[in-house]
Design a protein around this ligand. Sequence first.
Ligand SMILES: [Zn+2]
Length: 411
Amino acid sequence: MGQPMPAAGRTLDAGGRLVTPGLVNTHHHMYQNLTRAYAPAINGTLFQWLTTLYPRWARLNKESVYLATYVAAAELLTGGCTTSSDHMYVHPVPELIDAQVQAVTDAGFRFMANRGSMTRSVEDGGLPPKEVVQDEDTILADSERLIKAYHDPSPGAMVRVALAPCSMFSVSESIMRSTAELAERHDVRLHTHLAEDTDEDAYALEVYGRRPVEYFEDCGWATPRSWVAHYVYGSAAENARLAAAGVGATQCPSSNMIICGDAADAKGLRSLGMNVGIGCDGSASADSADLWLETRTALLLGRFRNGPDSFTAREALNMATEGSAANLGWADEIGHLNPGACADLVIWSSAQLSQAGVLTDPVEGWLRSGPARAHTVLVNGTERLSEGQLQLPGLNDVLAGHRRAAEAMQG
Ligand SMILES: [Zn+2]
């Protein structure tokens, strides 16, 4: 700000088209696109679904994680998403997040890596098999290594790192506490799953003698540094406490509907002052990673729950942009188009058929009609999608490799 306008290298004509900030995805498990719509798992409860898939995910390696992350970034770009976090919590071999950073760098995609972790295997009363859990010293040392290697706090950063123990049924109380301390020391964000399923309430009472939110608070996580995925089953008092503490939440509309049967009351949480963003969740739960679709589904869920005058397309768009950016602690630079913002934006295609007759409100028309497709997507000022076509020269090779990796994992 205050500087003269630079000369334009190229002028894009967005005449007649809606332009929005790039959408921001605040909960994903990109590696899961290697087991998308995996038939043996799809009709189980959350816990059954997890225990069926863990042995498959134990086959992850650096190459398959690179391929999965590249595919995820490309898929997200087509739905108008320019920044995504990714909760990578399965670590059967080391340096998987290094492979992710390489993939998003090759795709030119803005990224917040979430160093996920699991410590409690079946032998310790947890859900995952021992092949995919790690000891606490390994997790903390690797977390610190990744922060030093990749976390860029400077303006316009393309990669940042957050710390993210998976969930209370797969990590110990001590790693929750020590992870929060490490995040404080390095000034990075904290993320985990919370209040996702009614099974979690019963598990928390039996194992920890507390409700999930009470446990979360006791672990030192009720701070503005934290954002949590799903957050469906908090009580009214718990919602108020977490909102007052500055904790953010990610609504994952499709995932909750397909696997849990209930969804966060985004409207109610926002009215308490909580930052609520949007996430597509992992590609083996929601099976798609389209932020436009998730934003539309958030609109439907909000109105389905609270009535026809309760929730507008602008509110849903606000969740997917400013709300999501706030979840990532990145609200100063992304999720809006004010001076000083990163040049992350979407020019949406004008859909002649599906938007025929949309005259009075282009934002309502964009979200109610559809499906909407991105026409042009800029990430950090570079076109990664032009006239509906991804500008990723390596994509065909990546897709062929992804097919082989998915076959090896599912076979
Ligand atoms: Zn998740």
